[in-house]
Design a protein around this ligand. Structure first.
Ligand SMILES: Nc1ncnc2c1ncn2[C@@H]1O[C@H](COP(=O)(O)OP(=O)(O)OP(=O)(O)O)[C@@H](O)[C@H]1O
Ligand SMILES: [Mg+2]
Length: 295
C-alpha cells in the first residue's frame, strides 16, 4: 500500500497535489467534499480541477460519491501520498522498503534516509479494523466517521511523536524521533527483536530489571506507557531493552495513570513469570515506582 503511494508520488504534478490538499482541507467539514468547494480551494479552473480529480481518482488516491451532490474524499493511499511528499521534500525519507509489521492500527515499514541510513516509518491506520467489520456486515456507517479516522490517525502519530521527543531528550531507550507528518512517524531503527519472539534469555532477571528501570525512568520524566507488553519491548543483541509503541501514553498526572502503570507492571511481570519462571511481586514494584511518579 505504502509502496504504491511511494511509486505514485513521482507521477503527480503540483496540480494533483493542489487537488489532494483541497480535498484534505474540505474534509475538516465534509465527509465527501463537494466538487465546487474543491475547485474553489484548489484555485484551479473547473476544467483543470475535473481533469486532476479524474486522474487522482483513477490512481485510487481518492473516493468519489455520486449522490445528491458529487463529492470526493481522500483514502489512506491519498493520505500516504501527501505525507510522503512532505517527508521526502524535507529529506527525512528517501525510500520506503519492506513492511515489518502490520498491526491493528498501524503498518510499520523499513525505510531509508538520505545516505542510506536505515529508519522506520510507522503509518497509522485507525479505523481499518472497523472498516473491515463494516464491509463484512454490509452496514453503511455514517460518512463522517470516515473523515475522523484519518484525523484520528493523525492525532495518534502526533501523540507518539510527542512521547518519543520527550523521552529521547531525556536519554530514554526508545527510537529517536526523526520526523512526523500527518499519520506518519519517522524514527530511528532499533537493531533488535521484539521480546516476544525471543525463545531463551541468558539472564531473564537482568532483562526484567532493565525493563523496570526503563519504566522508572519514564515515570521520572512524567510518562506512563499504558500498553506495555512483550510486544512493545525490543531487545538488542547487547541485551538492552527499548520500549516502543508510545501511542497510548498518558501523563503521570492523568486520572488513569496509576491504573495503567499497574497494568503495565502486571503484564510484564506475568510474562517473565510465565515464560522464565521469574517470580516478582507486582505490588512491591508498583509501590516503589509509584513513589517516582508523585510530582
Ligand atoms: N523503531 C523500530 N525499530 C525496529 N523495529 C521496529 C521499530 N518500531 C516498530 N518496530 C517493529 O514493528 C512492530 C510493530 O511496531 P509497534 O508496536 O510500534 O506498532 P503496532 O503494535 O503495530 O501498533 P498497533 O498495535 O497500534 O497496530 C514491532 O513489534 C517491531 O517489530
Ligand atoms: Mg505494538
Amino acid at each position: 500500500m505504502v509502496m504504491y503511494a511511494a511509486q505514485i508520488l513521482k507521477k503527480l504534478t503540483p496540480e494533483d497535489f493542489r487537488i489532494l490538499i483541497a480535498i484534505e482541507r474540505g474534509m475538516s467539514t465534509y465527509s465527501y467534499v463537494p466538487l465546487n468547494l474543491i475547485v474553489k480551494i484548489s484555485g484551479l479552473s473547473f476544467d483543470d480541477a475535473a481533469l486532476h480529480l479524474s486522474k487522482t481518482h483513477s490512481l485510487k488516491l481518492i473516493l468519489r460519491r455520486i449522490g445528491p451532490y458529487t463529492g470526493y474524499r481522500l483514502n489512506y493511499n491519498g493520505y500516504d501520498v501527501l505525507a510522503l511528499n512532505v517527508l521526502s521534500k524535507r529529506k527525512s525519507v528517501e525510500a520506503i522498503g519492506g513492511i515489518i509489521a502490520q498491526g491493528k492500527e498501524s503498518d510499520v515499514y523499513e525505510a531509508l534516509a538520505p545516505g542510506g541510513v536505515r529508519i522506520i516509518a510507522k503509518f497509522f491506520r485507525l479505523g481499518r479494523t472497523s472498516f473491515k467489520q463494516v464491509r463484512r456486515t454490509r452496514f453503511f456507517i455514517g460518512l463522517r466517521r470516515h473523515t475522523s479516522w484519518l484525523y484520528k490517525s493523525r492525532l495518534a502519530a502526533l501523540n507518539e511523536f510527542k512521547a518519543l521527543e520527550i523521552l529521547y531528550k531525556h536519554g530514554f531507550f526508545t527510537p529517536k524521533p526523526i520526523d512526523s507528518n500527518r499519520h506518519v512517524v519517522i524514527m530511528s531503527y532499533i537493531n533488535g527483536v521484539p521480546l516476544y519472539t525471543v525463545d531463551e534469555l541468558e539472564n531473564p532477571a537482568e532483562v526484567f530489571k532493565s525493563v523496570i528501570n526503563n519504566l522508572r525512568l519514564a515515570l521520572s520524566i512524567g510518562l506512563v506507557h499504558g500498553d506495555l507488553s512483550e510486544y512493545n519491548i525490543m531487545l538488542t543483541p547487547e541485551q538492552l531493552t527499548y520500549i516502543i509503541d508510545w501511542v497510548q501514553w498518558v501523563d503521570v498526572n492523568h486520572p488513569s495513570a496509576h491504573n495503567l502503570l499497574k497494568r503495565d507492571i502486571k503484564n510484564i511481570t506475568q510474562y517473565f513469570a510465565r515464560k522464565y519462571g521469574l517470580r516478582s511481586d507486582v505490588g512491591k514494584i508498583y509501590d516503589e515506582l509509584r513513589g517516582v511518579m508523585k510530582r
